[in-house]
Design a protein around this ligand. Structure first.
Ligand code: T4K
Length: 375
């Protein structure tokens, strides 16, 4: 049924012309400096800190190791409050640190941790909150900060989806004690694999930098049990090249987003996610909710799309709390997470990326519009 056309993926990385990458590679070849805080690494750290409006930033080999190290950097232990509606890496980073995740339900409008439900989940063992700006939609950062201050908790944002998002004209990455980014191939800004931790002060950056490099302070001094989380020079060089294309790719994504909003918003049974006021999106995901009034359920629509070569994704289904390593936790009970449970069974992320052709966008819309009768 895909009539021989190329698959339409939920996302695709935008790759600059290969010829533009060659000079970067030539420099790496010339210098033979491949990793361990080389010149491209240093340049990208500075450029991204400026772009994301954060005082300090430390690059990582991927977002998951960055999350694991962020928790180590702040010496988080005991219990951490987090969302079940995320990519599994969010909670895995807690288990890798021997920390118990405590799941709190999500807000039905933003799909982010419901700030009003956090306090009830705090115990004497709670040391931090790990919220996710899901799909790049800002969390209720003011309320989360208030609660954290009242109970003496740290806040680490999983900002894997939030690269470039602004709220009230300011970068969303500024919030929290730390913010963690992912530069995976599926993200709006990519270094193939990659990630970063944004932090507020030089001392914390120093600790993070030690931790991502085995704890090495100098040739003869190891200050802690660090890991190898370093970004290499090829990744960093690609990041610098990608930065040149950010404005252009964001414009293209924003056009797809606007088209979907116009064409899909009034289809009976389909609900769209609306951003909080004064938010500048990065258009990284386009989630739709397939409600009961729609002729197909979510999984059937997902299957029909696949049959037509459209690879939409059920981000995030199943919930993290439903996975075998988490479902035994008291906070993982469905009765504790009714909103997340419903949304994860209704949500479908439809394709959005900078290189999506007009006819591909129209094909997606056509299938959503015509439900089971389509094409
Ligand atoms: N926190 C959150 C909230 C996250 O969403 C993530 C990652 C992390 C933490 C961890 O960050 P990293 O350690 O990954 O830096 C993908 C990504 O692998 C994952 O990075 C991402 N979240 C998650 C939401 O999505 P999959 O299993 O859906 O990936 P995959 O391989 O099925 O790719 C999806 C589509 O993207 C493909 O159908 C086609 C396209 N694609 C993919 C790749 C890998 C390409 O066009 N080119 C590619 O190279 O997890």
């Amino acid at each position: 049924m895909n009539d021989g056309k190329k698959p339409i993926y939920v996302t695709q990385p935008h790759l600059p012309p290969l010829a533009e990458f060659i000079p970067y590679l030539e420099k790496i070849w010339e210098s033979r400096w491949l990793t361990n805080a080389g010149p491209y690494h240093q340049e990208l750290e500075v450029a991204l800190a400026r772009y994301l409006e954060v005082p300090y930033l430390s690059l990582f080999t991927n977002g998951t190791i960055a999350l694991v190290v962020a928790l180590q950097a702040l010496r988080i232990s005991g219990e951490v409050i987090t969302t079940p509606f995320s990519f599994v890496a969010t909670a895995h980073s807690l288990l890798w640190n021997g920390i118990k995740p405590v799941f709190v339900d999500i807000d039905p409008n933003t799909f982010n941790l419901d700030a009003e439900k956090i306090e009830a989940a705090i115990t004497p063992q709670t040391t931090a909150i790990l919220p996710v700006h899901c799909y790049g939609t800002p969390c209720d950062t003011d309320r989360i900060r208030q609660i954290a201050d009242r109970y003496g908790l740290k806040v680490i944002y999983d900002a894997a989806h939030a690269f470039g998002v602004k709220q009230n004209g300011e970068s969303l990455i500024r919030h929290g004690d730390l913010s963690v980014l992912s530069f995976h191939a599926t993200k709006v800004f990519t270094t193939f694999e990659g990630g970063a931790i944004a932090c507020r002060d030089e001392k914390t950056k120093q600790r993070i930098d030690y931790l991502k490099n085995f704890g090495i302070a100098d040739e003869v001094t190891v200050v802690g049990p660090g890991i190898n989380g370093k970004m290499n020079e090829v990744q960093a060089a690609f990041g610098l090249l990608q930065m040149r294309y950010l404005e252009q790719t964001q414009k293209k994504r924003s056009a797809v987003d606007a088209f979907y909003h116009t064409e899909i918003s009034n289809i009976p049974g389909i609900r769209l996610l609306h951003l909080p006021k004064c938010t500048l999106s990065n258009y990284s995901y386009f989630p739709i909710l397939v409600g009961e009034e729609y002729p197909l359920n979510r999984d059937k629509l997902y299957t029909v799309m696949r049959e037509h070569g459209i690879f939409a994704r059920r981000y995030f289904y199943p919930l993290i709390s439903e996975m075998p390593m988490y479902r035994g936790l008291p906070s993982a009970a469905i009765a504790n997470l009714p909103v997340a449970s419903r949304i994860s069974r209704q949500v479908l992320c439809i394709p959005i990326h900078a290189d999506l052709a007009g006819e591909e966008v129209e094909k997606v819309i056509e299938i959503v519009r015509s439900g089971n009768k389509c094409c």
